[in-house]
Write a protein that binds this ligand. Structure first.
Ligand code: BES
Ligand code: ZN
Length: 629
């Protein structure tokens, strides 16, 4: 698998330097980040010397061997005198590297770093601008999850899906796996068994080619947005440019749940500029999907736990759609700037909610986020509570906390309230328009604020406390707050439990929406008695709730209080659902007591093989389990 003989010292030196450039070789007048701002500590690639601009994938999806095999052919833009191209790989088996004519090229594979993987360095004799890598994925390729038929809704056909963010694209294909490098791509995907494939691209499949799927992404995207899913998939139209894909048994309910997608697009367009990706579809995955949603272009991937039946969890769809502006169009240059993706997106998510479901829904979403942020500020090391992070020698996952999401959103809300929407909205729209299809850094955004929001007036800029927001730990005391009265009822109800007395469940709770229940359950004192939980359960059937957010929160409360009647549901929930956001707090809460830890380990030993590698990694670490490989 390795071509160690060619691993010249020379190559290794070149490899250790990290992705060295984030921008195209073209120049325009506007602000581009200085090079020092854009070195990506999470990529070995050398785009300043040889930059991938287009990728052609020729894949065979082999469910029997659980591997993708074929080739990735990359077009390169070369700087004068370019000698080599460095690609990121992790747990891929490289078979051959050739030029456009099929002639072998000299290459070397460097040592494997646990997060970064191995640099694949390809020598470029004069004139080579197109390289083809023949390879296959391995059982360690963590960006892919292969499901058996039993792990799907239909239980008839196997399923494959990918998840590349943050740095797992390199486990799926050799590429320059830095968000600062953008490529267009084309794919030809052959499938053995009559299933359907979707990708984060336009579908160009032909009716006369059974078992072959063709895709094209004509707009340049970062590697973390390359995605594929294969399974027994059906499509249901929602609007002219929107629809849902899923296994046949859930497609109908998904289409109903997400019927507002088309109007969500209209809403963002009217505020922040055109939707530039053609179609917008949502793929509803099997329950092991490790995230709520993933903003793969043209095709958001989503957890089936959003299907609450009452649209109460569609804020996740609003969020993933919003990434079509913040993230996919204007992209964090490195994972240090992750808040530019997520903080902006949470801000847009709430603007969408406000438009479609009203101010109250948006305020409730904001207040839940504010509470999450307070919790995170207590839980994580102070140094990690900065928006702009140094993640060198760390897993980029370490920076993917509520700080990026909620502190980032609060920063934008602070700017919005300081200058008013009449000025803020056009400012934000200009940010998207003027940086479309480009990577951006925190420094660039800071300069954009000073220029466009403050007209270079230093006093005006100082009044915004930009450096404090961007670089300081914690949260400023004058951070924006929200109208707490939208949660008056659940707040008051939760407060009654502070005395510890056994009491009647709140009488008005029958009409609470999901957000109100979540707020109530989160605000219940940690010492709430088993007896009070039993009464709440008897009155409102909380253990049997099918809304996954409410169930997860209720189960967390139940574990904390040792409310045993919920343990059966807990086990079923942890085995049936692989969304990391739910798993992590539940296993964490269990692990706080010796009996709980034993229970957690027992459940995990049954659940683990159904989880995605990303979730396995998180829970392995949490429970101190070492994978038996
Ligand atoms: N892009 C993220 C998911 C992600 C982040 C994957 C980092 C891998 C690394 C996505 O947009 C997201 O934030 N999803 C959230 C939902 C959202 C409403 C906060 C989720 O999955 O819970
Ligand atoms: Zn997001």
């Amino acid at each position: 698998m390795r071509n160690a003989g060619l691993a010249l010292t020379f190559f290794l030196a070149a490899c250790s330097s990290g992705a060295d450039s984030m921008k195209s070789h073209t120049h325009s007048a506007h602000d581009r980040a200085p090079l020092a701002e854009t070195t990506d500590a999470h990529s070995y690639s050398n785009p300043r010397e040889a930059r991938a601009t287009h990728i052609e994938l020729d894949w065979y999806v082999d469910f029997e061997r659980q591997q993708i095999r074929g080739s990735a052919t990359l077009n390169l833009a070369l700087a004068p005198g370019a000698k080599r191209c460095i690609l990121d790989t992790r747990d891929l088996a490289i078979e051959a590297v050739t030029d456009a004519a099929g002639l072998p090229l000299v290459y070397a594979i460097g040592d494997r770093d646990p997060f970064l993987g191995s640099p694949l360095t390809v020598e470029l004799p004069h004139g080579v601008e197109r390289i083809s890598v023949r390879y296959h994925t391995t059982s360690e390729s963590s960006g892919l999850q292969w499901l058996t038929p039993e792990q799907t809704a239909g239980r008839r056909a196997p399923y494959l899906f990918s998840q590349a963010q943050a740095i797992l694209a390199r486990t799926i294909l050799p590429c320059q796996d830095s968000p600062g490098v953008r490529v267009t791509y084309q794919a030809k995907v052959r499938i053995s068994n009559g299933l359907a494939a979707v990708m984060s691209a336009e579908n160009r499949s032909r009716a006369d080619e059974p078992g072959v799927f063709r895709f094209e992404m004509p707009r340049a995207i970062p590697s973390y947005l390359i995605a594929i899913a294969v399974g027994d998939l059906e499509f249901r139209k929602i609007g002219p440019r929107t629809g849902v894909w899923s296994e046949p048994t859930v497609v109908e309910s998904a289409a109903r749940e997400f019927e507002d997608m088309e109007s969500m697009i209209d809403a963002v367009e009217s505020m922040f500029g055109p939707y530039r990706w053609g179609r917008y579809d949502v793929l509803v995955l099997p329950p092991s999907f490790p995230f709520g949603g993933m903003e793969n272009p043209c095709m958001t991937f989503a957890t089936p736990t959003l299907l609450a039946g009452d649209k109460s969890l569609v804020n996740v769809i609003a969020h993933e759609l919003a990434h079509s502006w913040s993230g996919n169009l204007v992209t964090n240059a490195t994972w240090r700037d992750f808040w530019l993706n997520e903080g902006f997106t949470v801000y847009l998510e709430r603007r969408i909610l406000e438009r479609i479901y009203g101010d109250r829904a948006a305020q409730q979403d904001a207040l839940l986020g504010r509470d999450d942020l307070s919790q995170t500020l207590k839980d994580i090391p102070a140094a990690d509570t900065r928006l702009f992070l140094d993640l060198t020698n760390r897993d980029p996952d370490d920076g993917m906390t509520d700080i990026a999401y909620e502190k980032g959103c609060l920063f934008l809300t602070h700017l919005e309230r300081s200058v008013g929407r009449a000025r803020f909205d056009p400012f934000l729209r200009a940010w998207f328009d003027e940086h479309a299809f480009e990577p951006v850094t925190t420094g660039q955004f800071r300069r954009f604020i000073i220029e466009r929001l403050c007209n270079n007036d230093i006093a005006a800029a100082e009044a915004l406390h930009l450096d404090d927001w961007i670089n300081a730990e914690g949260l400023r005391r004058d951070a924006p707050d929200f109208d707490a009265s939208v949660f008056a009822a659940p707040t008051a109800a939760a407060r009654l439990y502070e005395s510890g007395a056994t009491r009647e469940p709140p009488a008005d709770a029958a009409n609470w929406n999901t957000a109100e229940w979540l707020h109530f359950l989160q605000r219940l004192p940690k010492t709430v008695s088993v007896e009070n939980l039993a009464r709440l359960d008897a009155a409102y059937g909380l253990t049997q709730r099918t809304n996954a957010e409410i169930a997860a929160q209720w189960l967390e409360n139940s574990v904390r209080a040792k409310y045993e009647p919920a343990y059966g549901r807990l086990e079923q929930f942890l085995i049936g659902i692989g969304r990391r956001k739910f798993l992590k707090p539940l296993y964490t809460e269990l692990a706080k007591t010796p009996e709980g830890l034993a229970r957690a380990k027992a459940i995990y030993s049954a659940a683990r093989e159904g989880y995605h590698p990303i979730a396995q990694g998180t829970i392995d670490k949490l429970l101190g389990v070492t994978a038996d490989k």
